[in-house]
Each structure stands twice: as C-alpha cells, then as structure tokens.
Write a protein that binds this ligand. Structure first.
Ligand code: EPS
Length: 402
C-alpha cells in the first residue's frame, strides 16, 4: 500500500482519531474540506437521537500547515460531544465494582451485531467492550481520511458521488444520465434519492418501521468520473482494483454485498450483452484515445480502470439494534432473553453512501499514489500529465511512425 490509514476510538469514548500516511506535500487542505464530508455523513432521514448530539468537526494534529499538507502523516481527531454523558461508563481508569455489573453493561447480545461473537472471542463479560468499537460511529474517522483523499483526487479532475437506489423494499427510478453534480442532487433529498416519488415512499416506510420498532436496509450506487485508464493492475491478485474496492466496501459495517457495473446481472446475460464495444476517439487521451459504446463493466477491466466512470453498488443490511428486540441468550444467566435495545437509527443507508464514497476515495488515492508516485503535488502532477500524454498517443502510433 502506498497510502495507508488507521482509525481508533470508541463510540462513546472521548474522540475518534485517524492517521493517514502517504499524501504528497503541497495539497491544499482546510478543516472545512473534511468538515463538509463529516456533516454529509450525519444527514439522512431515519437517524436516531445521537446525530442531534454530535456536530462532527475535525482538528488536524499533524501533517497540515498553513492550509496545505507537508508530506508527513496526517493525524486528525474528532471529539465526541456525547462523551460527557458517558465519561463514568467509559472511564479508562480501573473501577472497584464488578465490570459485569457496571452501569449500562450489555449481556443480551443483538443478533446480527458483533456483540456475541466479540464477547466470546475477546473473553469479555460486557458486550459494551465490543459494541463500542463495532459501532458505525467509527466510520466518522474513515470519512475524515476519505475527505483528504477526495481532495487529492479532485486536484486531477476526479469526482466521487453516490445516491440511494433502494431502501426498505422500495426501488428508485434514477434519471439517465445521472446529474453531473450527483452529490448536490442526492444531498438535497432526505434519503439521498434522485426520484422524488420514491423518496416520499421511503420516508413513509422509515416512519412505519420506526413505529414498529424495526429497521431497514438498502442499496447505494457510487459513481466516480474523471479517472484515467490504468489504475490498478492485472498482474497480481492484490493489485486488482476491483478486489481492493470490494474489500474496502465490504469492511463498512452492515454491508453484505458489492457489485461493479452489471454485477450479478452479468452472469445471466450472453457475452454480447455484457462486454462494452470499443471505438477510436482521439479526443479522449485520458481514456487511451477510445470510447466504449456502453459501460456495463462499470469502468473496470482486468482489475484496471478503463477511463469510463466507475460504477459500484453496495447492499446494506438493516441495523441490528431493533427497538422490538429479537430473541437471544443472556450471557450472565444462560437464559433465553430479548436482545438489548440501545438507542439507535432506523436506517443509515443514506449515510452509508457517504461512507462508501470515502472508502472508494481511500482506495483510489492509494492506487493513484502507487501509479504516479511523487513526494510533492508538483511531482505527482508532472507524472500524471506525462502518463496521459503517453496513453493518449498509444493507439495508432505504430502507423503514425511508419
Ligand atoms: C450505533 C448506534 C447509534 C448510532 C451510531 C451507531 O449511536 P448511539 O449508540 O450513541 O445511540 O447513532 O452511529 C453514530 C454514532 C454515528 O456517528 O454514525 C451503533 O450501535 O452502531
């Protein structure tokens, strides 16, 4: 990996932190670039009371000076406002009482959550030791790191957007083509949907699920434009960009499936209805001087970007904290019980799109730094332009030289 990051922090601890390493020096970067993404992640109809408490704001601890990166690791902290309500419960100092009897301990693990497997694996009496870290609150730190990567990619004309295409049993009829300013259009909707009628039905479905003590999942589509041909590689399994994207996206809490381009649908069609035919187009140097008649591959062939838009879809299962809880076992008594019903969200599908964009940005920025290198933005930029000049002249060059 050319670019790496590591997050830390518990949901009700003092803060979330992230260290991002490998960003070239000289990238213009403001706290507001990160804060804009953090606030997008907090939006979406169906969130619970926690989002009314938090106003996520980043503080740079290192790596940024006078509005630009300096090449050193970028350390960022986002404080949890809710910490003041949890200080006693989350206190790192030893406590006199039995940890299993500590206030707000959890011994009725939720089906679908990391609670039980985590308690057994880490030998904990209190599932809070697991759920605090398994909480999707952690994705705040990913979005902060992703925002820096997005800034890097945007310097080269790469733009990453997303929208919700399914929520709680309701499908969306999205406009074709999608709006160029995809996020501006999606963010204007309470459920990040580009179909007003479907959005109204989704809001009603969320209200109904809330009243029933239930939760809802959904599907998000991520679209990346402006990528050149040639990120990722076919030569080794762990350099294939589709595999790297899938791994990153599957690591998002509650994500159960990822598709690229046609995805599973490609398996049902004959080859003539799957593969994207190629025409010469010298006006597109960044795409290698060609144009695809279709983009069913979703911008990837052989684990390499083709220069066509990257199109990915992710499926999120419903949140596992149900206010009308499911059956479980009390780990203290061994008796059957109802799972804990902690304060939670009815759905976080709209937020998941923003998190997916961040994970895509992290993978693409890693592939970008790997391909183009450079300790400074000036050096990276020179390498990018030299490469695009080369791929733009590749096709037909043998004939030109004769
Ligand atoms: C979450 C439970 C809720 C969510 C949380 C994820 O938080 P709390 O336990 O404080 O009520 O709001 O998501 C976030 C805090 C966030 O920032 O996205 C869970 O159990 O995973």
């Amino acid at each position: 990996m050319s670019l790496s990051f590591r997050t830390a922090g518990e949901s009700h601890g003092p803060a979330l932190v992230v260290i991002l390493e490998g960003v070239p020096a000289g990238l213009p970067l403001l706290a507001d670039d990160v804060n804009a993404e953090l606030s997008r992640r907090q939006m979406g109809y169906g969130r619970g009371r926690r989002m009314q408490i938090e106003r996520d704001q980043v503080e740079f601890l290192s790596g940024v000076r006078a509005g630009a990166t300096i090449g050193s690791p970028i350390a960022m902290v986002i404080h949890n406002r809710d910490w003041k309500n949890w200080q006693e419960i989350m206190d790192p100092a030893p406590v006199a009482e039995d940890p299993a009897l500590r206030r707000r301990h959890v011994t009725r693990p939720r089906p679908g959550h990391a609670d039980l497997a985590g308690m057994l694996k880490y030998d904990r009496e209190d599932a809070r030791d697991i759920l605090e870290r398994a909480s999707a609150r952690e994705t705040t730190a990913r979005v902060a790191a992703g925002a820096v990567c997005r800034r890097l990619l945007s310097q080269f004309g790469v733009s990453i957007g997303s929208h919700v295409v399914h929520l709680g049993g309701i499908d969306v009829v999205s406009p074709d083509p999608l709006p160029e300013a995809l996020n501006a259009a999606a963010d204007a909707s309470p459920v990040r949907v580009l179909d007003a009628a479907a959005a109204d039905r989704m809001v009603a479905a969320i209200d109904a699920a809330k009243a029933a003590g239930n939760t809802l999942g959904g599907i998000v589509e991520v679209v990346v434009t402006g990528l050149p041909v040639g990120l990722g590689s076919h030569v080794a399994w762990d350099r294939k960009l589709d595999g790297r994207l899938a791994a990153a996206l599957m690591s998002i809490p509650a994500v159960k499936g990822v598709e690229m381009g046609l995805g599973f649908e490609a398996a049902r069609r004959p080859g003539s209805e799957v593969h994207d035919e190629i025409d010469r187009d010298p006006s597109r140097p960044q795409e290698g001087g060609v144009r695809r008649r279709t983009n069913r591959a979703g911008g990837l062939e052989g684990g390499i970007t083709t220069g066509e838009p990257l199109v990915l879809r992710l499926a999120m299962k419903p949140i596992s904290t149900l206010m009308r809880p499911l059956a479980t076992v009390d780990t203290q008594t061994g008796e059957s019980a109802r799972a804990v019903a902690e304060r939670s969200d009815v759905t976080a599908v709209p937020a998941m799109g923003v998190i997916a964009e961040a994970m895509v940005a992290l993978v693409l920025a890693d592939a970008w730094v790997e391909k183009f290198g450079g300790d400074s933005m000036q050096e990276t930029s020179r390498n990018v332009h030299g490469y695009i000049d080369q791929v733009g002249r590749h096709i037909g060059r043998a004939a030109d030289e004769r």
